[in-house]
Ligand binder design. Structure first.
Ligand code: AMP
Length: 123
């Protein structure tokens, strides 16, 4: 899969565009979404050049995959949405045209702080 290194999140990773960092690890970065859809809306991205979820899941190393998910778990704790201490969240990722993915660098949205409603709108 061809990765466009001029995408917005690649620029954030290179420090060319600022971000509001929530947490960072060796292989991943978590930051606040600039246009939040919920009181908590954090994006978790791998530092490596992966376009979308299936690309990351197929091509990333075990270390990258583990590290990414550990950071996502840390974000749930840090933002207070983890169900053991908070009220829960939704984790979603968009891919490609039908998934309506805007930024072609894999990212997981962690949304919470309010009831997120049904998973997807019908139609
Ligand atoms: P997606 O539609 O799944 O590709 O999500 C892209 C997300 O990136 C949207 O929720 C945007 O609000 C968010 N976004 C766009 N630009 C920035 C930025 N500079 N910093 C943080 N989030 C951004």
């Amino acid at each position: 899969m061809t990765y466009d290194s001029n995408n917005l999140f690649a620029k954030i990773l290179r420090g060319e565009i600022p971000n509001k960092t929530v947490a960072e690890s060796e292989h991943a970065l978590a930051f606040h979404d600039i246009n939040p859809s919920a009181p908590v809306h954090v994006l978790v991205i791998p530092k490596g050049p992966y376009v979308c979820f299936d690309h990351f899941a197929a091509e990333a190393s075990d270390a990258e995959i583990a590290d990414f998910h550990r950071l996502a778990a840390q974000v749930c704790k840090l933002t207070g949405v983890a169900p053991d201490e908070g009220d829960g969240y939704r984790a979603i990722t968009n891919a490609g045209e039908n998934g309506v993915q805007e930024v072609p660098h894999y990212h997981l949205h962690i949304l919470g702080g309010r009831n997120m409603g049904r998973m997807i709108a019908r139609g």
